[in-house]
Ligand binder design. Structure first.
Ligand SMILES: CC(C)(COP(=O)(O)OP(=O)(O)OC[C@H]1O[C@@H](n2cnc3c(N)ncnc32)[C@H](O)[C@@H]1OP(=O)(O)O)[C@@H](O)C(=O)NCCC(=O)NCCS
Length: 237
């Protein structure tokens, strides 16, 4: 970000031209102070309303990283940049009053966050720490479809935890790419059957939106489960 200073994010991968960055959310007062300096008055006000340290840190470090990335990509001053929000809260960047032709999406699951950055595609990213203590079967009952639940029921131990978070992140990446978030019930669609267990990349269509085509990519690794979804409808036409 600033020459000679260490930044708290690093390039992680590039998928089909979409740049994925890893953000280190470990507590670090110096990083947080430097990040806060990038925020607008409105963002600082939002920041002041977080009463959980971790949530305040996650927002501050990620939003500042997004600002630095967008300023670099667009060649603009930070003060010219602001954000608008879709119907369900998905943020997008605005420069000089106009929506910019660069899209981004953020996900945090401390101590890790991912930021995906793309030119104009609709994108969604999700990252989750694999926490074994969650009520996996209970959650799966309400958010997974029949084939997803069947695959989970036939799996045990650590493999079950891995499968749960693999499916969870793929489904959340899709609803974040669409922009609805959980206002679209996640049991209304299932990840492509080949991707439930083994295949790491595939094509997907929401049953209620068959004209839109998405590519889904598992980004999971030893530190976390993660997935990316992005619109490829235009390429199909
Ligand atoms: C979007 C959503 C799925 C995120 O879930 P989560 O697991 O808590 O959070 P993640 O860390 O993966 O993602 C959070 C980031 O997603 C982005 N985001 C927020 N709303 C989003 C949406 N509708 N679609 C895509 N991305 C969204 C934001 O950048 C947010 O980070 P920030 O607030 O620090 O900028 C969830 O908040 C949701 O369902 N929101 C929609 C709620 C809704 O429909 N409200 C209706 C009234 S507005």
């Amino acid at each position: 970000m600033m020459t000679g200073e260490e930044s708290w994010w690093r390039p992680l991968r590039i998928v089909d031209g979409i740049r994925i960055f890893h953000v280190d959310l470990a507590p670090n007062a110096e990083h947080e102070t430097r990040a806060a300096a990038w925020l607008s008055a409105e963002e600082l006000e939002r920041r002041s309303r977080f009463w959980i340290d971790r949530a305040r840190r996650d927002f501050t470090l990620c939003r500042a990283a997004v600002r630095v990335m967008l300023c670099e990509q667009l060649g603009c001053a930070n003060t010219r940049l602001s954000f608008g929000f879709g119907d369900h809260g998905k943020p997008f960047a605005i420069l000089n009053g106009l929506r910019v032709p660069v899209s981004f999406n953020v996900s945090h699951s401390a101590p890790h966050a991912l930021i995906a950055l793309s030119s104009e595609r609709r994108i969604g990213v999700d990252v989750e720490m694999r926490e074994a203590r969650r009520d996996i079967d209970g959650i799966a009952e309400s958010v997974f479809g029949a084939d997803e639940r069947k695959a989970l029921a036939s799996t045990g131990g650590d493999d079950k935890v891995r499968l749960f978070f693999r499916l969870w992140t793929m489904k959340e990446a899709l609803i974040k790419a669409l922009g609805t978030g959980f206002s679209l019930a996640p049991d209304r669609f299932e990840v492509p059957s080949a991707m439930i267990r083994d295949v790491d990349s595939g094509i997907f269509r929401f049953p209620h939106l068959p004209a839109d085509t998405w590519r889904l990519e598992d980004l999971g690794e030893s530190r976390f489960a993660a997935a990316l979804a992005y619109d490829v409808s235009a390429e199909d036409r």
